[in-house]
Design a protein around this ligand. Structure first.
Ligand code: PEP
Ligand code: MG
Length: 764
């Protein structure tokens, strides 16, 4: 595609994005495309699933009266053909095609050439874009690729519009009042009924949710204060830059000040407040209106002013947010919703008040979800179409088993879910008897179940549920709870708590594993390819001062208890472990001298997360005492699928044959070199996969405290012989879904159907 075409495309997409509703987007689109391509007609037909047809939604060139009226059944006409084949149809003489259907009200008989391009979103046809010309001539390849690219961009806009309007696609986006279901991915299982609270990033105009002003005069007052503060700031900036910038270079400041005059932006914002919006929402509405206007300007200079406007908007917003003491209080049925909620942001909240979490981004094995699972908070992620900022205080049901979020649920559905909640409580009660049982199969094989920890609550629940130690302590979690790297003594106290609660039992502490989706609020690592980047041991080896203070704190905490094991994350190569061995040796000696006590060198292990480790077990066995599989990352890297990306969450599965076969071989290799191997990824806490792991020869499984009882129950019911037969069979299968349902079927037919989530589905 030429640069000029790319530029045109960019402009069209910008204008579409700046429009207010779908109808305006489509009108802009057909007008812009017909001008850019110099075609006689450009129309867009959208799929109306309820009425099983494609409806003409916008057109430049066809009779205006036909818009909103002409529709084609699935498979009818050339539009139907494009939708059915899901591919471009490019014809020089459309009327000669056998599937040509003619609608007199459109006036299209005079147009000979026809090109239809499907608008696809996530493998589904959303509509068809058509261009037509009087002249008999094929459309060029360049025209094809131009439209394909444009349609790919448009599809998201249409999908979003579908999501926010259940009945009327032309409806403007306002707070949703209809019953509607959104699909995402199941994160941490469970069911919750409650009201949404939007968690949005500060100073982000587009993220501000719709909210009604509780007290209009209070909101007007807040705005006045914010405007005064921003004016002062800008004047200060202007003054500061006097010596370094020419007066015309400082012109922006006076533009800002003029915009902040009482009769300019503030007046418009106040009008919105008076109609009932809260101040932050009013700022968003006014700013977005202006931004849309500027974005449509042909003049490049004026278009560029959009960024200045955004800057000014952010300043007003930041000032309002700083003064916002009325930050929404959480009540016990609060459902936290946001585009992205980080672990750090989550753990800062009153956790006992969060009934559920829903995010538009992220996937089932992201770090936040792992923490939510440990806390037993039902979580649904990757609900890409959820119109976050229209949902504040809206009633919803979160079905985190199926990844479904229902907005404004009808009474009957609410009742049904309440019944399921009761059943859940019953299941949890039944599971209580497994708190004191040993994990031994009916044919006498004992398994060791450990707990994954991070927060203190994991320790408490782990002990209560009979964990035989800690298989993974995620040391980054306490780091996330602070506003700077914790010092050595601060860390020692935290680690000591973990070690002493499990005195006499192993506690495996993983060294700091940050990077990728594990961000520290005070140390941000921004990388294009963060999952393959500076994370885990790669980071700490580059910062020996941080690494050493952590190791020293662990060693000191271990004095007198001697139950510490150290685990290294994201190991790729032998040389990394050699470096650690050197540092460990040095730190042990130093502490021995400082503290005048004998230091027992802790056992050292590595996580098997990077596939390179699978092929170097012999070499690593010479250096370390044990291995622990991080199946979350190992699955990510084996399948080349981002564990946080909802678009590819369907590809991510620990039942994938490649994952199962790799693990099966890994256990055998570790046994050959006499090295203990355990597993601490989420796979160990899923009873279905836990049984397969047991059959492979893993005798230690470490999991979230919320899964211990279910896994123990499965072990107590399934003989090793059965598990091995099950494994032998699934290893011959080639499809992750088939493997999973095969195991599910075994559970269902052997009295364990309460562990099969699909048994608790409501199809609404
Ligand atoms: C894993 O990758 O499986 C693991 C246990 O580590 P984390 O989920 O913390 O990356
Ligand atoms: Mg990992």
């Amino acid at each position: 595609m030429s640069n000029m075409q790319l530029d045109t495309l960019r402009r069209i997409v910008q204008k579409i994005n700046a429009s207010n509703d779908l109808s305006e987007s489509l009108d802009i689109m057909v007008k812009q495309v017909s001008e850019a391509m110099d075609v006689d007609v450009c129309s867009i037909y959208l799929l109306d699933e309820r009425n099983q047809c494609y409806l003409l939604m916008a057109s430049k060139g066809l009779n205006v009266e036909s818009v909103g009226h002409v529709s084609l059944q699935f498979g009818e006409g050339l539009v139907g053909l494009v939708g059915q084949r899901e591919e471009i149809v490019n014809l020089e003489r459309a009327s000669e095609h056998e599937q040509y259907a003619y609608f007199p009200e459109t006036g299209e008989e005079i147009y000979n050439s026809f090109m239809g391009v499907p608008v696809m979103y996530r493998r589904k046809v959303m509509g068809v874009l058509v261009v037509q010309n009087k002249e008999r001539q094929d459309f060029s390849e360049a025209a094809e690729s131009f439209l394909v690219t444009l349609c790919a961009q448009l599809s998201g806009v249409i999908a979003h519009a579908h999501a926010v309007s259940s009945a009327d696609l032309f409806r403007k986006v306002t707070n949703i009042s209809n019953y509607k279901i959104f699909q995402g991915a199941a994160g941490s299982g469970g069911i919750a009924l409650g009201r949404a609270i939007v968690l949005y990033p500060p100073s982000d105009i587009s993220a501000v949710p719709e909210r009604e002003a509780e007290d209009i005069s209070e909101q007007l007052g807040l705005l006045d204060q914010a405007v005064i503060a921003v004016r002062e700031d800008i004047k200060r900036l202007d003054e500061k830059m006097k010596d370094s910038l020419m007066s015309d270079e400082r012109a922006l400041f006076s533009i800002f000040l003029r915009m902040l005059d009482d009769y300019a932006l503030p007046q418009e914002i106040k009008e919105e407040i008076r109609t009932g919006h809260w101040a932050q929402g009013a700022v968003r509405i006014v700013l977005e209106r202006h931004i849309a206007h500027f974005a449509q300007m042909e003049d490049d200079y004026l278009r560029e002013r959009v960024s200045d406007l955004k800057d000014l908007g952010r300043r007003i917003l930041a000032s309002l947010q700083e003064a916002d003491a009325s930050h929404k209080e959480l009540s016990s049925d609060s459902i936290l919703i946001g585009d992205e909620i980080s672990t750090a942001a989550l753990v800062e909240l009153p956790l006992d008040k969060i009934a559920a979490i829903v995010t538009t981004e992220g996937a089932a094995n992201s770090h936040m979800v792992i923490v939510a699972r440990a806390l037993g908070i039902p979580t649904v992620v990757g609900v890409t179409e959820l119109p976050i900022n229209t949902l504040d205080d809206v009633e919803m049901i979160v079905d985190a088993y199926q990844g479904k979020v229902t907005i404004n649920p009808p009474r009957r559905l609410r009742q049904r879910y309440k019944e399921i909640q009761k059943e859940e409580e019953q299941i949890a009660k039944d599971l209580k008897q497994y708190e004191t049982k040993d994990a031994i199969t009916p044919d006498g094989i004992a398994m060791q179940l450990l707990v994954n920890t991070g927060l203190m609550i994991d320790v408490v629940r782990g002990v209560q549920r009979g964990a035989k130690g800690v298989g993974l302590y995620r040391s980054e979690i306490p780091f996330m709870l602070r506003d700077r790297f914790p010092g050595e003594e601060e860390q020692r106290v935290i680690y000591r708590q973990q070690l002493s609660h499990f005195a006499g039992k192993p506690v495996t502490m993983r060294t700091l594993d940050i990077g990728a989706d594990k961000e520290l609020p005070y140390f941000s690592i921004k990388e294009a390819n963060s999952a393959l980047g500076w994370r885990g041991l790669r980071f700490t080896l580059d910062h020996p001062e941080i690494f050493s203070s952590q190791i020293r704190a662990m060693l000191k905490a271990n004095i007198g208890l001697n139950n510490l094991h150290i685990l290294l994350p994201m190991v790729t190569s032998i040389s990394e472990v050699e470096e650690v061995l050197y540092l460990l040796e040095r730190d042990c000696k130093a502490i021995q001298e400082e503290e005048q006590v004998n230091i027992t060198k802790p056992k050292l292990g590595i996580m098997v997360e990077v596939p390179s480790v699978l092929f170097q077990i012999r070499e690593f066995s010479g250096l370390v005492d044990f291995f622990s599989v991080g199946s979350n990352d190992l699955t990510q890297y084996l399948l080349a699928v981002d564990r946080n990306n909802p678009h590819v969450s369907g590809v991510y599965s620990h039942f994938h044959p490649a994952v199962l076969r790799a693990l099966n071989r890994l256990v055998q290799d570790c046994h050959q070199y006499n090295k203990p191997i355990s597993i601490c990824g989420e796979m160990a806490g899923d009873p279905l996969s836990a049984i397969l792991l047991m059959a492979m020869g893993f005798n230690t499984l470490s999991m979230s405290s919320s899964n211990i009882l279910r896994v123990r129950k499965a072990i107590c019911h399934i003989p090793m012989q059965d598990a091995q037969a099950l494994l032998a069979h699934v290893l011959t299968l080639d499809n992750p879904l088939m493997i999973k349902s095969w195991v599910e079927n075994y559970f269902k037919t052997n009295g364990l159907s309460d562990m099969v989530i699909t048994n608790r589905l409501i199809t609404s």
